[in-house]
Design a protein around this ligand. Structure first.
Ligand code: SF4
Ligand code: SF4
Length: 128
C-alpha cells in the first residue's frame, strides 16, 4: 500500500525513513521523493500487513501521512483510449486490454505526468 509523507520544516533533516524502518522492521520502497532543505513529500510503498504500523510510526515523528488508496482517476466518458498516458507513465499504471485503456491505480505514485499528457483532460489526481 502507498503512503504519502508530508515532512514539514523542523523535522526534514531527521533520519525519518531509516528510523521507522528500524523500529517497525518493515520493507519500505521509496517510489517518489521531493525533498529540499525545508520540507519534503515522499511516496512510499509498504506491505499491507505493516502499513498501519508504519503510518503510526511516521505520525509519532510529526509527519503528516495520507493513505493513497486510489491515486489517479480516469473519466471513462472522456477517455478516447489514445494511449498517451501509457507512453508517459513511469510506473506502468495504464495498459491496453482489448484495445481499451485500463489502469491499475495502485501503481500510481502521483507524479502528475499523465495529467498534462491526456488530450481529453480525462485524468485527475486524488488530492491529498
Ligand atoms: S491519455 Fe487520456 S484519453 Fe488517452 S487513453 Fe489516457 S486517459 Fe484516455
Ligand atoms: S500520475 Fe499518472 S503518470 Fe504519474 S505515476 Fe500516476 S498514473 Fe503514472
Amino acid at each position: 500500500m502507498k503512503l504519502v509523507l508530508h515532512v514539514e520544516p523542523g523535522i526534514v533533516r531527521q533520519p525519518l525513513v531509516s528510523s521507522v524502518i528500524l523500529e517497525t522492521g518493515a520493507l519500505v520502497n521509496i517510489e517518489r521523493a521531493k525533498v529540499d532543505a525545508v520540507s519534503g513529500e515522499i511516496v512510499i510503498d509498504v506491505s499491507s500487513d505493516k502499513c498501519m504500523e508504519v503510518k503510526t510510526a511516521f505520525e509519532q515523528r510529526g509527519v503528516k501521512v495520507v493513505l493513497l488508496e486510489v491515486p489517479v482517476i480516469r473519466d471513462e466518458m472522456e477517455c478516447i483510449h489514445c494511449g498517451a498516458c501509457i507512453s508517459i507513465c513511469p510506473t506502468g499504471t495504464f495498459r491496453f486490454e482489448d484495445f481499451k485503456v485500463i489502469e491499475d491505480a495502485g501503481k500510481c505514485v502521483q507524479c502528475g505526468a499523465c495529467i498534462e499528457a491526456c488530450p481529453q483532460r480525462a485524468l485527475r489526481l486524488i488530492l491529498k
